[in-house]
Design a protein around this ligand. Sequence first.
Ligand code: BG6
Ligand code: MG
Length: 223
Amino acid sequence: MSKPIEAFIFDLDGVITDTAEYHFLAWKELAKDIGITFTKEDNEELKGISRMESLEKILKLGGKENDFSKEEKEQLAAKKNEHYLTLIQNITPDDILPGIKPLIEEIKKHGLKLGLASVSKNAIAVMESLGLKDKFDVIVDAAKIQHGKPDPEIFLTAAKLLNVETAACIGLEDAAAGVDSIKGAKMFAVGVGSEETLRKADIVYSKTELLSYGNIIREFEGA
Ligand code: BG6
Ligand code: MG
């Protein structure tokens, strides 16, 4: 008998839509404001990481970790979010990455549950702009968890709310921290991005358009 599969749990930024790029641009702008050079390579480490933890990492990168009070850090994080909100204001369903809609349709067609696990405080607004919010059975965002990725809490919470076993879940992620979170929750991990960054995933696709429901299920059953 084949292994039971009950749910798919998606990350949002960088998997469903290209907001990972907007997070990068917004941090780059903020870093420039405070005299820190921030590159796309540096950004890899920030993917999947909460807003305040990301700021701490950027300050450390620039050797400025002791230069700001807690209140000033809150202001800096708020400023980054303002840059980010400007960038995402025109998001529409056309911004859903290729391959995602067909995958969601297959998941639904097979009667599986669908969850979202995003540490972003903007997750619900982005899902609404994409016209996807109502397609998901459960959305777990920053408001529902204590510990961000790589802690497994967010994927465990999604499985719990979906009322499914973690071993019967497949998680999708574009971030190394996210893959760690999925594996920590004892789920099958699908990575989207570079093999090297996502080496702990069970299977990696270089881009979303290559995602294939049939292939993912075959790999899951063979794992
Ligand atoms: C994650 C992104 O989904 O959300 C991170 O990968 C981002 O880059 C984090 O920092 C928090 O997002 P927000 O919208 O709460 O600042
Ligand atoms: Mg992501």
